[in-house]
Design a protein around this ligand. Structure first.
Ligand code: AMP
Ligand code: ZN
Length: 116
């Protein structure tokens, strides 16, 4: 369930401090330590899942829940009307640096296009 070498597992367990903005039985959300916009929150499953590439069908409800949590946090942050971006990175080309699946909730400014 918990990977003892994983940074985000340590934030979830409280071994490493994080600015936690939401928590329930399945998910934890905390502010990114290096925000790229006024709102930059990471939403993670409490169970260690490496990335979207290791998801299983049994995780579908959990992934839907992450999105519902993201929607609620966007409302709390007051960015839901103007809009925001949700991102999950996988692997080297995706730019993943922490290998515990997370959604980036980014908003509070106009995002740049095109992506990539
Ligand atoms: P990714 O590149 O998609 O794997 O995103 C990892 C994110 O984790 C980056 O945006 C980092 O700024 C963020 N991050 C790294 N260490 C911490 C930490 N201790 N607390 C909060 N966010 C972190
Ligand atoms: Zn982990």
């Amino acid at each position: 369930m918990i990977d003892t070498n994983c940074l985000f597992c340590k934030i979830i367990s409280g071994d490493i401090p994080g600015t936690i903005v939401y928590r329930d039985e399945q998910t934890t959300a905390f502010r990114d330590i290096n925000p790229v916009a006024p709102t930059h929150i990471l939403i993670v499953p409490n169970r260690h899942i490496e990335s979207v590439a290791t998801l299983e069908e049994a995780d579908e409800a959990l992934m839907g829940h992450l999105f519902t949590v993201a929607r609620g946090l966007a409302e709390n942050e007051g960015i839901n009307k103007r809009g925001y971006r949700l991102i999950t990175n996988h692997g080297a080309d995706g730019g993943q640096t922490v290998f515990h699946l997370h959604l980036h909730l980014i908003g509070g400014q106009r995002m740049k296009h095109p992506m990539g």
